[in-house]
Design a protein around this ligand. Structure first.
Ligand SMILES: C=CC1=C(C)c2cc3[nH]c(cc4nc(cc5[nH]c(cc1n2)c(C)c5CCC(=O)O)C(CCC(=O)O)=C4C)c(C)c3C=C
Ligand SMILES: [Fe+2]
Length: 426
């Protein structure tokens, strides 16, 4: 978390919006209802106008309370020159710091003979808690056996290539990437704007490989209708975050950073929606309405993995998702999940076997996002178990994937990832 992240500041535009709203309520002409509405508006504005500081010990967007929208992008590097890569990271740092405080990506000129340095769709909008989180994929260190930037010796041991998991149906066009950029904001237009500007500024050095949008509701229910994220480790516990999310001294230049694993997981909503409520709850291991573990009343009660019913059967089935993913079932593995639902429309399908069904299938599911100190004892350990034991596998398919080393946060004098290049011979 950036140092001042727990105390987000109201941006310049936020102050303006808030004070205008307060002024409206003071001038209030229509009695209490109008005043109350204006106050409510002022409060909403205050909330939406908040900006999350960009500079700090850790990158924003990891422990930041989850924003409602994401625009994730993976880039491939085209340049063969380290200096150009560094130049890109410097440009991106400056632009991201500007945009997170509600500014344009680059200063605008009034010269009508040149294309605007910012596309402009976020002008006048609040940053809405925009964070931009950068990560480095394996291809930054070595691609096709070539050490393009003299960085191979700096590839962290923990940045492994993800193994193929049981049931994976990964699409290359939605997987991998040399650099990841994840913009999160409470305003989807702001999130897209941020990535769009960074992509434009990368011209000639890096190109967009794939992108994914996502959303989450205030109730935190995913597209299966279940509360998601309940049993996440608490981001309010700094000792736990240091143990499980932030890379420690062992990581060298990555100290203070974190490893990101993303998976585009398609959910067969048509199949799920025809599944009885009772079986849905068995699959997840939790009650649908309350989010409580099976056999319990409240969402945040701990899972009792040993509990049995009157017939001696496990209350939380041995293949229920919550059990199979739990720390207790995975040698203590723990990750910080920050996933988003995605909805990319619907596709026509035609089966080529009797009785030759045709129809429309949603392309929707979960854009799974997880941060951890070490993916080998985090995502990989848990997903090895899930991919072979989870009852939910009847309904989900992993179709996209990526792993990235997200460097520590940046000081105002530096740039994102600066520690990676320290002490390198030119
Ligand atoms: C490898 C890690 C995980 C993948 C992949 C994954 C996919 C996935 N999960 C849901 C919905 C839920 N997951 C829940 C809990 C949960 N999931 C994981 C890990 C992965 N999930 C963990 C570590 C946990 C916590 C387990 C525990 O200790 O209790 C839940 C229950 C509520 C919660 O705690 O968040 C839901 C619901 C979907 C739909 C999905 C793929 C599409
Ligand atoms: Fe899960």
């Amino acid at each position: 978390m950036s140092d001042s992240e727990q105390n987000p500041q109201v941006s310049r535009r936020g102050l303006l919006g808030g004070s205008l709203a307060v002024a409206a309520s003071t001038l209030g002409v229509g009695g209490t209802a109008t005043a109350a509405a204006a106050t409510a508006h002022a409060q909403t504005s205050q909330l939406n106008q908040k900006s999350v500081p960009f500079w700090g010990k850790h990158q924003g967007g990891i422990l930041t309370p989850q924003q409602t929208h994401t625009y994730f992008a993976a880039f491939d590097l085209d340049t063969a020159k380290r200096a150009e890569l560094i130049e890109l990271l410097k440009r991106w740092t400056a632009a991201a710091s500007r945009m997170t405080r509600g500014d344009t990506a680059q200063p605008l000129s009034t010269d009508s003979e040149v294309a605007p340095a910012d596309s402009g769709e976020a002008v006048g909008l609040s940053p809405a808690r925009l964070t931009v989180t950068f990560g480095f994929g394996p291809g930054m260190f070595m691609r096709d056996g070539v050490d393009r930037y003299g960085l191979a010796s700096r590839r962290p041991e923990a940045l492994v290539d993800l193994p193929k998991f049981n049931g994976d149906q990964l699409v290359l066009e939605r997987s991998g990437g040399d650099i990841s950029v994840q913009a999160c904001s409470d305003d989807p237009q702001v999130a897209f704007h941020a990535v769009r500007q960074l992509a434009a500024m990368a011209n000639g050095i890096a190109t967009l490989k794939w992108a994914q949008t996502g959303f989450v509701s205030g109730t935190t229910r995913n597209l299966m209708g279940f509360k998601d994220g309940t049993n996440n480790p608490s981001t309010k516990n700094p000792t736990l975050m240091d143990e499980r999310v932030w890379v420690g001294k062992e990581g060298g230049w990555m100290q203070g950073g974190s490893y990101l694993v993303v998976r585009r997981i398609r959910i067969s909503l048509e199949h799920w929606d025809r599944t009885n409520l009772g079986f849905q709850e068995q699959v997840v291991g939790r009650h649908k309405a309350s989010g409580a573990p099976l056999g319990k009343k409240h969402e945040f009660e701990p899972l009792d993995l040993k509990a049995t019913d009157a017939d001696g059967n496990l209350v939380i089935p041995d293949t229920a998702h919550s059990r199979v993913a739990s720390s207790a079932h995975n040698d203590g593995a723990l990750i910080l999940r920050r996933g988003y639902s995605y909805n990319d429309g619907a596709n026509f399908y035609a089966e080529r076997w009797p009785p030759w069904h045709q129809g429309i299938m949603y392309d929707a599911g979960l854009f799974f996002v997880a941060y951890q100190r070490d993916p080998r004892s985090g995502f990989i350990a848990i997903n090895k178990t899930l991919s072979t034991q989870d009852m939910m596998n009847q309904y989900i398919t992993h179709v996209g994937s990526g792993i990235f080393a997200c460097p520590p946060g940046t000081l105002e004098s530096g740039f994102v990832g600066a520690s990676l290049f320290e002490g390198l011979k030119s």
